[in-house]
Design a protein around this ligand. Sequence first.
Ligand code: NDP
Length: 492
Amino acid sequence: MSYYTLAEGCPYARNDTSVQVRNGSGGGLVLLQDTQLIETLAHFSRERIPERVVHAKAAGAYGVFECTNDCTDITSASFLNKVGKKTDVLWRVSTVGPESGSADTTRDVHGWAMKFYTDEGNLDWVFNNTPVFFVRDPIKFPSLNRSHKRHPRTHRPDANMFWDFHVGNPEGIHELIHLFSDRGTPASLRHMNAYSGHTYKFTKEDGSFKYIKVHIKSQIGVKNLSTEEATRIAGENPDFLLQDVFDAIESGNYPTWNVYVQVMDPKEAETYKWNIFDMTKVWPHQDFPLRQIGKLTLNRNPQNYFTDIEQAAFSPSTMVPGWAPSADPMLQARMFAYPDAARYRLGTNYQMLPTNKAQAPVYCPFQRDGLMNFSNNYGDDPNYVGSSLRPTSFAVNSAGKGPASTITEHEKWVGEVSTFTSTLQHEDFEQARGLWNVLGREPGHQDRYIANVSSNVKNVTSKELREKVYYLYHCVDPKLGQRLKEATEAKV
Ligand code: NDP
């Protein structure tokens, strides 16, 4: 277009001046009839939508997922039904605690979200760059995040609050080993691995299923910043990780990852030594080796950050046939909380926004109207079930069956209603110890870990609380507890 208009289309001669009643060449009174001025000011005040309460600072891009291995023995998911099949994806990777304007090299867990625009609707993966999490009971999720964010009085991150939460909720020790290891400060998002954390299910049309965990591994390997580098870069370029991935894609150096699953038969789950619905635990590789399913390539930057990335909404409840939830309580709670956050942040009809819209056909006439509805709203189609005017009808496949459900119908549950215990358990330290030993395989890594934690714990003002932190680490390994105490007390 060769000229500007108002938002309703009226051509406007000048966009750089308000209409004024002037006296000579000086300034004058502005007029209420200057619609351009009023709209400009009013819209500016409303440009911000609520920032995500967690995962606010993020990079985003588009790419493609390619199925590389035959998966038809474990899932009927359409995007995995043929080797070589490609599915468009949206990718968004974030820090968790700090705000949208914060430095992205700050030590933190990194969220890893993907939206697969499959031919059977959208599938969202809402993962992290660590294979475990701090808590296994969803009621603790807001508390965990508050303890990592700003103190209610000082409005600063607060070591007392952080460690008070963790000594009181020690099931997070495994994740704390990840957080303060070298992987807490990735050198780039291209050099980062990611994990489903939760157990999910691959399902088949015959009603059978397997439990799975997903692993996404960088093809260029894992690389991290030292704490000193991360701190320096945070001051010099707070958008360092965003810039790195944007520039790489822009120059055609497309980031790539291999995607794997660990597969467990439901029978094995019943007797396996770990509760597979506990998000603080991994499945050891030697028990459940990785099996490749695909490859991810990022190949296009967003055209507009707000439209493509800020308005993107991801939820573990966005699923396709062949992929299903497990009974992990954290996962079940996230399936409610994420769409709820999107409804608050973006509005009732967030699924219509271009970045969230399925590329597969959508027919959902029971979800209509609502604020900012910019669809045809299903015209005069019945908006109630059981209509004789438009009877319930399913497309039927060659076996005479309708579309597959994402719920595995033969999964049976029998149990008692009770509170879910999250209290200190001996086993919570076993895998944390395993990871501590993994760090020990790499020269200097355990030393760096102790330096990282002690630099943080030294800010805990209560000696009693510091002692509790040393005890937490003592339970992982008495030598670790002792070394941490010595290193910290020398800095206090
Ligand atoms: P393995 O010895 O078979 O594998 C250890 C895994 O740890 C590696 O495959 C690697 O996974 C990951 N790893 C290597 N170095 C680091 C590091 N510096 N920081 C974090 N992770 C690292 O061990 P197990 O499977 O028996 O697990 C032992 C411990 O390893 C666990 O307690 C767990 O915390 C950690 N781990 C296990 C994973 C799993 O799913 N089994 C995944 C990641 C970590 P990768 O190549 O995926 O990065």
